[in-house]
Design a protein around this ligand. Structure first.
Ligand SMILES: [Zn+2]
Length: 398
C-alpha cells in the first residue's frame, strides 16, 4: 500500500516537473501603459513571466522594436500613447518571437530597460525608458542594437535546391494571405483587420483548389503571423510553385469605391491609385519592424532577365483570366487589371499575381468579402481561372 502511495507521489511529481517548462513557455501580456516624467517617456508591460526581450532601434521612420518570446496578448489594445511614442503595434513576428513595435514622434534612444518582480497589485513587469536623442545618436544606437535582431529562418519549408517532389501531374499553387502579426493591414468599415479577412479568403481558395484534386496547395501562413515581403515569394520558390497568389483587401478615403482588382508586377504603375496601393502594400516590412538595410537584392538584379520576362507574361495571362472569372460573380473595380511595383510579386520564376478582393472601406463590399458566400464566390472564380490557365499552359506544352 505504502509502495503504491509512493508510486503515485512519484507520478504526480513527474507530471508537475514536466508541466512546469511548457507553462513557462506560455507567456501572457496582460497590460501596457505609457507615462511621461520630464524628458523621459516610460513604457511598462505587464507580463506573466520574467523575460529579457531583445530590443533594437530602426530608422526612417524612427522605431523601437521589442521582441518577446511567443506570447498571448490579453491586454487592452486601445491604450493611449504619450510623450515620445506616437503609436504601437504587436503580433507574432515569427515562430517563437512576439513583437511590439513602438513608433516614435522623434529620434529617441533607450535610457534604460529592466524587469521588475511582482509587488503589491503588480505582477512581473518590463520597463523601458526612452529619452530624446539627436539623429546621429539615434543612428549610432541603431548600429549598436543590431545584435538584438532575431535571426529568423523558415526551416519548415524545403530548400530551393531540393528536387521537385511534385505529386504526379499536380500543379503547385502557393497562396499568400497578406499582412499578419504586427502588420495588421488596413482596418475597414466593419472593424475587422485586413490580415484576418484575407486569411479566411485564402483558406477558402485553398479548400476550393484542393477539392479538385488537381493542385498541391501551400499557404505562406495559416495563422496570425508575419512574413517579410521577400520571404513570401521565397516560400513560393522553395515549393517550386507554378503559381503564386497574394490575397489582400483594399482601402481608400472615398467609402463609395468598391470591387475587386488584380495586379501584375510592373516597374511603373498603371495609374496613380495603383502607385499608391504599391506604396501601401510595400510598407508591410516597415510596419512590422523589419530592418531594410540588410535586404539582399537577390531579385532586383534579375528583373529584366528573360526568365523574368516570360514569368511576367504568364502572370499577365493569369491575371487576365482571373479578372474575367471574378467578374461573373464578384463585384469588380473599374479597370480591374492593374500594374504596380509590388515587392511581393518579384519572384523571377514564379508567375505571380496580387488579388485585391475588395474594399474594406466600403461597408457592403467589406461584408461581402468577409462572408461565407462572398469567400465562396471568390474561391470558385480563382479555381475556374486556375483551371483555364493551366489548360492553356498544357496547350503551350508547359
Ligand atoms: Zn494589403
Amino acid at each position: 500500500m505504502l509502495r503504491l502511495f509512493n508510486l503515485i507521489l512519484l507520478i504526480v511529481g513527474t507530471f508537475m516537473c514536466a508541466a512546469a517548462p511548457s507553462a513557462a513557455k506560455d507567456v501572457q501580456i496582460d497590460g501596457l501603459r505609457f507615462g511621461v516624467n520630464g524628458e523621459t517617456t516610460r513604457f511598462v508591460l505587464d507580463i506573466s513571466n520574467e523575460t529579457e526581450p531583445g530590443i533594437f532601434l530602426l530608422a526612417d521612420p524612427y522605431r523601437v522594436v521589442i521582441d518577446l518570446p511567443e506570447a498571448n496578448w490579453h491586454a487592452n489594445s486601445a491604450v493611449q500613447t504619450t510623450g515620445l511614442v506616437e503609436g504601437y503595434r504587436h503580433g507574432l513576428f515569427a515562430p517563437g518571437v512576439y513583437r511590439i513595435v513602438l513608433d516614435l514622434k522623434e529620434a529617441a534612444t533607450v535610457k534604460t530597460a529592466f524587469s521588475l518582480p511582482p509587488r503589491g497589485q503588480y505582477g512581473h513587469r518590463f520597463v523601458l525608458d526612452l529619452e530624446p536623442a539627436t539623429r546621429s545618436n539615434f543612428l549610432a544606437a541603431v548600429q549598436s542594437s543590431k545584435n538584438e535582431r532575431p535571426v529568423v529562418t523558415s526551416a519548415s519549408v524545403p530548400d530551393v535546391t531540393a528536387p521537385r517532389k511534385r505529386i504526379a501531374g499536380k500543379r503547385i499553387v502557393v497562396i499568400d494571405p497578406g499582412h499578419g502579426g504586427p502588420d495588421p493591414g488596413n482596418l475597414g468599415a466593419i472593424g475587422v483587420y485586413e490580415k484576418v479577412v484575407v486569411l479566411e479568403i485564402a483558406r477558402a481558395i485553398r479548400d476550393e483548389l484542393n477539392r479538385t484534386g488537381r493542385y498541391e496547395v501551400h499557404m505562406t501562413r495559416d495563422r496570425d503571423i508575419f512574413h517579410p515581403v521577400r520571404e513570401r515569394f521565397r516560400i513560393a520558390r522553395r515549393h517550386r510553385a507554378d503559381l503564386f497568389i497574394s490575397v489582400h483587401a483594399d482601402s481608400i478615403a472615398n467609402s463609395k469605391v468598391s470591387g475587386a482588382s488584380v495586379y501584375n508586377l510592373s516597374e511603373t504603375a498603371s495609374d496613380k491609385e495603383a502607385g499608391r496601393l504599391a506604396a501601401r502594400e510595400n510598407k508591410s516590412d516597415v510596419i512590422a519592424g523589419v530592418n531594410l538595410d540588410e535586404a539582399d537584392d537577390d531579385v532586383s538584379s534579375i528583373l529584366i532577365d528573360l526568365a523574368q520576362r516570360e514569368t511576367m507574361n504568364f502572370s499577365a495571362q493569369y491575371a487576365n483570366i482571373l479578372v474575367q472569372e471574378l467578374a461573373r460573380d464578384v463585384p469588380m473595380l473599374g479597370r480591374s487589371h492593374r500594374f504596380a511595383n509590388l515587392g511581393v510579386l518579384k519572384a523571377p520564376d514564379v508567375p505571380s499575381i496580387l488579388l485585391e478582393a475588395g474594399y474594406l472601406t466600403n461597408k457592403t463590399n467589406a461584408r461581402f468579402i468577409n462572408s461565407d458566400s462572398g469567400r465562396k464566390k471568390i474561391a470558385q472564380a480563382v479555381r475556374r481561372a486556375t483551371d483555364r490557365y493551366f489548360q492553356q499552359m498544357v496547350a503551350l506544352g508547359r
